[in-house]
Write a protein of this length. Structure first.
Length: 260
C-alpha cells in the first residue's frame, strides 16, 4: 500500500494550491514533505502550454493550521540536523525565485520553520487569529542564519526579536503593517486566490524580478549594474515585443468600440 502523501495539490483554473496534509502531526514538516512540495512546484512551473500553464500558487496548511514547523521526530538533536535545515532552506529559496507568484495562506498555528516557509512567499495572507512562534532559542538552537536574515528583511527587526529572542507567540492581528495581509479566520485561501486571479505574467520577467528582490532582501551588496544585461535581454526579447503589440491592439480595439 502506498503511504499517504504529506501534500495535497489541486488546480482551480490557472491557480495551483499546495496544502500540507499531516493533521496527525499538526502539519509538521519532514524531509518528505519538503520534497513533495518541490515536486508540485516542478509540475506547476512546467506543465501545460503557455496558454494553460499555472499563473500562481497558493501554499496552505488547510483551515485548521498552517504548520507546527520541523517535525521533532525527524531531528536527531545533533549536528546532523543541519541536513534538515539545508533542505528547508533550499525550498525557501525555491519559493523566493520561482517564476510563479506564490502566496501563503496562514490559518491557526504557524511555528518555527513554517514561519520561514510562509514569509519566503511573495505575499502572506494571515488569519487575524493565526498564532506565530519561533521557539529556536528555547530549544538551544541558533536559528539558520540565512533564514533569520530573510525573516529580518521581511518581518522587520522588532518582530523577529519578539519571536526569536523574547520567544513570544504573536497573533495575526499583532503583526506590523506591511508584513502580511490580515483577514478574518477562514478566508485566507479565498483571499490568496483573489490576489492571483486574472494575472498574465511573463515567466522570464517574473523570475528576474523575483531574483532581484531576493538579492535586496539579502545582506549582500546590491549593484544595479549587475542586472543591466538581464534587463536589456528582456527588453529585446520576442515575447516582450509580442506582448507590447497585443496590448497596443487591445487599446485600438477599445477606442473603436467606444460609444460615439
Amino acid at each position: 500500500m502506498n503511504p499517504v502523501s504529506d501534500v495535497v495539490s489541486s488546480v482551480d483554473g490557472s491557480i495551483w494550491q499546495i496544502e500540507v496534509n499531516r493533521p496527525q502531526r499538526a502539519n509538521a514538516l519532514r524531509r518528505r514533505t519538503i520534497r513533495q512540495i518541490e515536486a508540485v512546484l516542478d509540475a506547476a512551473e512546467t506543465q501545460g502550454s503557455e496558454a494553460t500553464r499555472a499563473t500562481g500558487v497558493v501554499l496552505t496548511g488547510g483551515p485548521e493550521r498552517f504548520s507546527a514547523g520541523a517535525d521533532l521526530f525527524e531531528l536527531a538533536g545533533t549536528i546532523d540536523d543541519l541536513g534538515f535545515d539545508d533542505e528547508l532552506e533550499r525550498l525557501c529559496r525555491r519559493l523566493t525565485r520561482s517564476p510563479l507568484p506564490i502566496v501563503a495562506a496562514v490559518e491557526g498555528a504557524c511555528y518555527g520553520g513554517a514561519v520561514d516557509l510562509a514569509w519566503s512567499c511573495d505575499a502572506v495572507v494571515v488569519s487575524d487569529e493565526a498564532r506565530l512562534a519561533v521557539p529556536s532559542a528555547g530549544l538551544g538552537i541558533l536559528y539558520n542564519p540565512a533564514s533569520l536574515a530573510r525573516l529580518h528583511a521581511r518581518l522587520g527587526s522588532q518582530t523577529v526579536r519578539r519571536l526569536v529572542v523574547l520567544q513570544q507567540e504573536l497573533s495575526g492581528r499583532q503583526l506590523p503593517p506591511g508584513t502580511a495581509m490580515i483577514v478574518r479566520a477562514g478566508t485566507t485561501v479565498e483571499t490568496a486566490k483573489g490576489l492571483l486571479a486574472g494575472r498574465h505574467l511573463d515567466s522570464a520577467a517574473t523570475t528576474a524580478t523575483k531574483a532581484l528582490l531576493a538579492s535586496l532582501d539579502s545582506a549582500e551588496g546590491f549593484d544595479a549594474a549587475d542586472w543591466q544585461s538581464e534587463r536589456e535581454a528582456l527588453l529585446a526579447s520576442p515575447a516582450r515585443r509580442a506582448e507590447l503589440e497585443a496590448r497596443r491592439a487591445g487599446i485600438g480595439k477599445d477606442r473603436t468600440n467606444a460609444p460615439q
